[in-house]
Write a protein that binds this ligand. Structure first.
Ligand SMILES: [Zn+2]
Ligand SMILES: [Zn+2]
Length: 274
């Protein structure tokens, strides 16, 4: 089977260590068919320029794009390198989001929500001081709004807050109260021909599950979901490709016979085989 990792970060992301070439070498070693470099671009933070705590996106993203295109050429015939971007909070500031999209041509855009409007990243929240259900309700509202955005291909890590809620409280919140909200997100994705990401990073952390987990991926399929992307969200060479087979297995169990990669934002179906 052609294994593909559609979510990786190079050192053009503030929180990752390795160069695009090192990530590609690791992908080849892991036997991958394709890898997408999807460096962070937190849209509402672009305006801070050189004062942005996550680095200057006006420099980082054009560099990420040019590194990915150079790797595409260098590894042609050995590895399909896809130039991507992880666009954070695209609905928080549409003008800055437009600036992000104008940095250069890419193959693939992941959309994600790492923080609610006016709040810090879910990673930094003290869950003993907040109403977790309230935060989750707001999160899924924002995700539904994000799903209506036209200029992305796949919605990243649907259950992102669970990564940190489990790590910091030891408990995984029951999502049954959010079933309707999540169904609505899926219906928007399906109507707009967007993909749902199976992010396998949680398999190796406290969560011990993909984001989202089996039940929600199956629900996406049940509602008519067509496109699935699978990504490790690796921030170093050690995780490139790790868990991709398990992620594909979740898609298969949900009833998908293909997963998807994107070239020039056009979905290409890759058959799931044993
Ligand atoms: Zn993310
Ligand atoms: Zn990521």
């Amino acid at each position: 089977m052609k294994l593909c990792d559609l979510h990786t970060h190079s050192n053009n992301s503030f929180d990752a260590q390795n160069t695009v070439e090192e990530m590609c070498e690791s992908a080849i070693k892991s036997g991958l068919y394709a890898v997408a470099i999807t460096d962070h671009c937190e849209a509402p933070m672009i305006g801070y320029g050189t004062k942005c705590e996550y680095g200057n996106f006006d420099e980082l993203i054009p560099k990420s794009i040019s590194d990915a295109f150079a790797a595409k050429k260098k590894y042609a015939g050995k590895l399909k390198v896809l130039c991507g971007i992880e666009l954070g909070e695209p609905m928080h500031d549409i003008e800055l989001t437009k600036r992000a999209l104008a940095y250069g041509a890419s193959d693939f855009t992941l959309a994600s929500v790492h923080n609610l409007k006016g709040m810090s990243d879910f990673y930094f929240i003290d869950y003993s001081k907040v109403n977790v259900d309230e935060i989750l309700k707001l999160y899924f509202d924002e995700l539904a709004e994000t799903a209506t955005f036209q200029h992305f291909d796949s919605l990243a890590h649907l259950t992102y807050p669970l990564r940190y809620i489990k790590a910091k409280t030891g408990k995984i919140p029951n999502l049954s109260a959010f079933k309707k909200q999540i169904d609505d997100i899926f219906k928007i994705l399906i109507k707009n021909n967007k993909a749902l990401e199976i992010n396998v990073s949680g398999l190796f952390k406290d969560l011990k599950s993909t984001l989202p987990g089996q039940e929600l991926v199956s629900r996406f399929k049940e509602l008519g979901g067509k496109y699935i992307t699978v990504g490790t969200d690796s921030h170093s060479v050690d995780f490139v490709g790790k868990g991709i087979r398990e992620g594909i297995e979740v898609a298969k169990k949900a009833g998908f016979s293909n997963f998807t990669i994107y070239e020039n934002h056009i979905p290409i179906l890759i058959p799931i085989s044993d």
